[in-house]
Design a protein around this ligand. Structure first.
Ligand code: NAD
Ligand code: ZN
Length: 345
């Protein structure tokens, strides 16, 4: 079968023929319906090296945002019907520790000794015709379209987790949320904020088309530039935003968000650019929280799947065939994707 393989650091991935996997004990073989191309993959093949913070080692099949149909089950697996559609919960922890037992494999206590982080991150992922997944990592989709659902596994789950942890800052009337970076994750973040809060959503991106999309979803947009922070403050009546989500994570975006925060607000850096931000007692608004985030829990993926079935999350998907999979990654590198590129093998 064909697969998009991460062969080495600082190397663009390859479309290769690899062996079709067989499901081991406790695993399910999925015929892949969709595989989202996430910007984190670009960081892996462009920026990471042997000393990468995630401990990733080539080679493996990319694709950590997947959906598919049950093809075959491994030893000991029951309760699955061939042809039923599932979302893949990517993170794979030890399955035994306290974090894994609450469905939060992202913070597995045995991460240091686990063989990989997730499907598509160390273990072969879904940019392939077939993939194997531990049965406990599957979330049923029901009758909903599985191809457009693929981005839910990361592009929706990650902002959903971050927004849920910020809800305490957005409840009550007259609140403001800020979304920076309106790509795969950011455009879904706007939809989740709309569905879960009554906050006024302010959004920004370097790309005009991305801001136009966010406006269609109900956000007020403010372009970048020197007066950006002042404009955001003006919209909030001077008070600043109660919660902000930075899907870029460079020094200027963290700085802009921090400058736009209300006292006691919460800024979550989701983007993995990894740039620093300098803080001092006098420059940050009082009691502002600055935090990071990583993916979400499998319970939250069930909730995201329900929001998709309810029509509250509609991923903006451009479909690519397997032959076009590398084009999809190249377009992502070039900043030419609007919403999410999904490879349909
Ligand atoms: P994307 O390429 O689809 O979207 C990024 C958007 O940010 C684009 O629209 C781009 O124009 C915009 N942008 C870039 N630089 C900007 C700037 N300086 N100011 C304003 N807008 C800017 O990427 P994505 O797949 O949505 O991922 C977003 C980020 O989230 C990436 O860094 C990715 O690695 C990260 N990510 C983090 C997690 C996590 O668990 N923390 C999970 C998935 C993705
Ligand atoms: Zn991702």
């Amino acid at each position: 079968m064909r697969a998009v393989v991460f062969e080495n650091f600082k190397t663009f991935p390859s479309l290769k023929d690899v062996e079709k996997p067989t499901p081991g004990p406790g695993e399910v073989l999925l015929k892949v319906a969709g595989a989202g191309a996430c910007h984190s993959d670009v960081a892996i093949f462009e920026d990471f090296d042997e000393n990468n913070p995630a401990g990733l080692k080539p080679e493996f099949t990319l694709g950590h945002e997947n959906s598919g149909w049950v093809e075959e089950v491994g030893e000991g697996v029951t309760g699955f019907e061939k042809g039923d559609a599932y979302l893949v919960y990517g993170p794979i922890g030890c399955g035994r520790c306290k974090a894994c037992s609450r469905g939060q494999d992202t913070y597995c206590e045995n991460a240091a000794t686990n063989p990989y982080l997730a499907t598509g991150l160390g273990r072969d992922g879904g940019m392939a015709e077939y993939m194997t997944v531990p049965a406990r990592n599957l979330v049923p989709l029901g009758e909903a379209d599985p191809i457009n659902a693929a981005p839910l596994s990361d592009a929706a789950l990650t902002p959903y987790h971050a927004i849920k942890l910020s809800l305490g800052h957005l409840d009550g009337g007259g609140k403001f949320a800020l979304v920076i970076g309106l790509g795969g994750l950011g455009l879904i973040a706007v939809q989740i904020l709309k569905a879960l809060t009554g906050a006024t959503i302010i959004a920004t991106d370097m790309k005009e088309e991305a801001m136009a999309e966010a406006e269609k979803l109900g956000a007020i947009t403010v372009p970048g530039g020197e007066d950006q922070v002042a404009k955001i403050r003006e919209i909030t009546g001077g008070r600043g935003v109660d919660a902000a989500f930075d899907f870029v994570g460079v020094t200027p975006t963290i700085g802009a968000a921090m400058g736009a925060m209300a006292m006691q607000g919460r800024l979550t850096v989701v983007g993995i650019a990894g740039q620093p931000h300098s803080w001092s007692f006098y420059t940050a608004p009082y009691e502002v929280e600055l935090t990071s985030t990583y993916w979400g829990t499998i319970e939250e993926l069930h909730e995201v799947a329900q929001m998709y079935r309810n029509g509250q999350i509609v991923p903006q998907v451009t479909r690519y065939t397997m032959d076009q999979a590398l084009e999809a990654y190249q377009a992502l590198v070039d900043g030419k994707i609007s919403g999410r590129a999904v490879v349909v093998p």
